[in-house]
Design a protein around this ligand. Structure first.
Ligand code: NAD
Ligand code: ZN
Length: 348
């Protein structure tokens, strides 16, 4: 194992540097991890390009990366759940555990959440990283650390499908075929959805959705939400029960509401502008519920079981692989939108 800690640090907008940092030591209840794989998320690229996401501003150098898996290399005091050599997926957000949101079991809403690579909290795109042991999930031997890293986006799909109420026989519309749309596709299928239709502007992304099991795809060719909703309803032969909006594009959010059956549900996963004009009267008079999601809560164990049992195959999501030393190439590739998931191998 490496005796130095090569680390990918975002200094400010447009300025990522690879530097050696000191190897962190685990505190009580924590483990030190020899990092294996970290996937790049749109948010990592957004911080690099813009220096902020909404009110989260990079004011001091921040280590990137939060879709991660590693091998336990040191154990802090009091840790009994893991041992050195265990391969684990890292749930990147550690909540305060004490506030009412945490106590209600909705720790993803904790106002004091410490989430990797959301300023000012460091991420784990490094050789070594320290994390609370109870937010690390031991991987069975047949689940790779690449798959472990993919539990992070997959958990977003699990949470969205739970909030949407996807179950046996549900007809599901997924708007946007990026990594998040695709993990929702995989999860909806695993939940027993009978028909899943995926939309996007991009033919290549729609082709990927087809390959990953979409029953139908609809190419978005107009900003007119009614026109696109009609096209979607025609494709299903009726309105979908549930729509999971994964693009964040305002026209798509409008289409999501107009497409969904009366009494159905639209889940907002995509994050676009903070205020968007929506056909709320249509939602009101047809009792279409509009629900938000924020990341995931208690979803890692489910995501892991889905991968371990073979009910989803996340491996095809990975389209590019780089070494930690090639972090800049990995970010440039993600920025170009060439593939779906860019994976970085962190071990020496
Ligand atoms: P992405 O940019 O790779 O994918 C978005 C896709 O939407 C693209 O393929 C794009 O072509 C497509 N698109 C754009 N306009 C469209 C339209 N009008 N109709 C249909 N498709 C359209 O992003 P991603 O990584 O897949 O993430 C998707 C969204 O989910 C982002 O907004 C991201 O911020 C958000 N997100 C939210 C959460 C959460 O907790 N709520 C978690 C992770 C990601
Ligand atoms: Zn809390």
């Amino acid at each position: 194992m490496a005796d130095t800690n090569l680390t990918a640090i975002l200094y400010a907008k447009g300025d990522i540097r690879l530097e050696d940092t000191s190897i962190p030591e685990p505190g009580p209840g924590q483990v030190q991890l020899c990092m294996q794989h970290v996937g790049i998320c749109g948010s990592d690229v957004h911080y690099w390009q813009h220096g902020n996401i909404g009110d989260f501003v990079v004011k001091a150098p921040m280590i990137l990366g939060h879709e991660a898996a590693g091998i336990v290399s040191k154990i802090g005091d009091g840790v009994t759940s893991l041992k050195i050599g265990d391969r684990v997926a890292i749930e990147p957000g550690v909540p305060c555990r004490r506030c009412m949101d945490c106590k209600r079991g909705r720790y993803n809403l904790c106002p004091d959440m410490a989430f990797c690579a959301t300023p000012p909290i460091h991420g784990n795109l490094a050789r070594y990283y320290v994390h609370d042991a109870d937010f690390c999930y031991k991987l069975p031997d047949h689940v790779s650390t690449e798959e472990g890293a993919l539990l992070e986006p997959l958990s977003v799909g699990v949470h969205a499908c739970k909030r949407a109420g996807v179950t046996l026989g549900t007809k599901v519309l997924i708007c946007g075929a990026g990594p998040i749309g695709l993990v929702n596709l995989l999860t909806a299928k695993a939940c027993g959805a009978s028909v899943v239709c995926v939309t996007d502007l991009d033919e290549k992304r729609l082709a990927m959705a087809k390959e990953m099991g979409a029953d139908h795809v609809v190419k978005i060719t107009s900003k007119d939400p009614k026109e696109m909703a009609d096209k979607i309803v025609e494709t299903f032969g009726e309105r979908p029960d549930v729509t999971i909006e994964c693009s964040g594009a305002p026209p798509s959010t409008r289409t999501a509401i107009l497409s969904t059956r009366s009494g159905g549900c639209v889940v907002l996963v995509g994050m676009g502008p903070s205020s968007v004009e929506l056909p709320v009267m249509d939602a009101a008079v047809r009792e279409v519920d509009i629900r938000g999601i924020f990341r995931y809560v208690n979803c890692y164990p489910t995501a892991l079981n889905m991968v371990a049992s073979g009910s989803v195959n996340v491996k095809p999501l990975i389209t590019h692989r780089f070494k930690l030393e090639q972090t800049m190439d990995a970010f440039e590739t993600t920025l170009r939108g060439d593939g779906i998931k860019v994976m970085i191998e962190c071990k020496k």
